[in-house]
Design a protein around this ligand. Structure first.
Ligand code: GLN
Length: 316
């Protein structure tokens, strides 16, 4: 076996041919896992879809497969809601939610009971529900304001909620309602349960393509500034913190595995998307709807592992 390259110069890396190599490798893989079943609207998605898009900070970009088709972002939006909450109340966010990996499933209730209703981190459901509660308290029209914020980060007005997906999740939202009720019993939820759930389900239903998603996350590779306009959305220090949380908590009880195999900060969602960033270099999004048992895209993980192995460019 040839030794893997180790690169510190992004300009010697041929991302175009690396993505083609990934596409060939993915086509040979046996399908593993299942499309998310617990949100009936998501269960209808074609499991064979696969897309990937990488944007460099200098504007170069590379795509393969269904990279322009929109999919449900689901938990990937937890990074965006956290960003909006930090931009509204800064470090006060950490009074309500922790920064430790949970080592349990994204929708687990167990730790909350023993930890007095303070979620381990903002990238699991309980944490994102507390963040949604903060947004309800601080925005005049939370659903509209969040979408407006995401459109600004994406540099596109063509980003929308999928109302059928939001309704479908609401119809089966018992666990999220349980999480909120439990946290409210500890005094960590200020607003009415149904209002917070409604915002949360809509946020999760936001749709983007891999191309739109990787562009949106360039912000986190660019020290907190929008690439197109130079507008600062997060301070450098807050960007470092959000990236650190993605690295340690972005994949629930598979965060260690993702760090070990891919070695980049990232976030997954049960729609089958994964986005990852290399600070100072690039942002990459991949979509394949079949999920492994931890709720992360099986082929998406594999594709990103290949990307960092073949490029030899790592943050570690
Ligand atoms: N909307 C989903 C839920 O609350 C998000 C979960 C996910 O993407 N991991 O269960």
């Amino acid at each position: 076996m040839n030794p893997l390259p180790i690169n510190d110069d992004i300009d010697v890396i041929h991302f175009g041919s690396i993505l083609e190599e990934i596409q060939e490798a993915i086509a040979k893989e046996e399908p593993e896992g299942q499309v998310a079943q617990y949100i009936p609207e998501l269960a209808k998605v074609d499991p064979a879809k696969f897309g990937m898009h990488l944007c460099r900070l200098d504007g170069e970009s590379y795509s393969i497969g269904d990279s322009d088709e929109k999919f449900s972002l689901q938990s990937i939006t937890k990074v965006l809601t956290l960003t909006l909450a930090i931009s509204l109340i800064g470090d006060k966010v950490w009074d309500r939610v922790g920064v430790e990996p949970s080592g349990s499933a994204f929708n687990s209730l167990t730790l909350l009971e023993v930890e007095n209703g303070k979620p381990r981190n903002p990238l699991i459901n309980s944490g994102a529900l507390v963040i949604a509660d903060i947004l309800v308290s601080h925005l005049s029209d939370p659903k509209k304001d969040f979408l407006h914020f995401v459109r600004k980060l994406a540099g596109s007005a063509d980003i929308h909620y999928n109302y059928q997906v939001a309704q479908s999740e609401k119809d089966w939202g018992y666990r999220n309602a349980a999480l909120l009720n439990l946290m409210k019993s500890f005094g960590n939820v200020d607003n009415d349960i149904d209002t917070v759930l409604d915002l949360y389900f809509h946020m999760c239903s936001t749709e983007m393509s891999c191309a739109e998603l990787s562009r949106t996350f360039l912000l986190y590779a660019n020290g907190g500034k929008l690439v197109d306009t130079g507008e600062r959305i997060l301070s450098r220090s807050h960007t470092k913190r959000v990236n650190a949380i993605m690295q340690t908590c972005g994949f629930y009880d598979e965060a260690g595995e993702f760090s070990f195999k891919v070695g980049l900060p990232g976030k997954s969602g049960v729609g089958g998307g994964i986005v990852a960033i290399h600070p100072g270099q690039y942002s990459v999004a991949v979509w394949s709807p079949r999920l492994n048992r931890k709720g992360n895209s099986a082929l998406g993980m594999l594709a990103l592992e290949r990307l960092t192995s073949l490029s030899g460019l790592s943050i570690f």
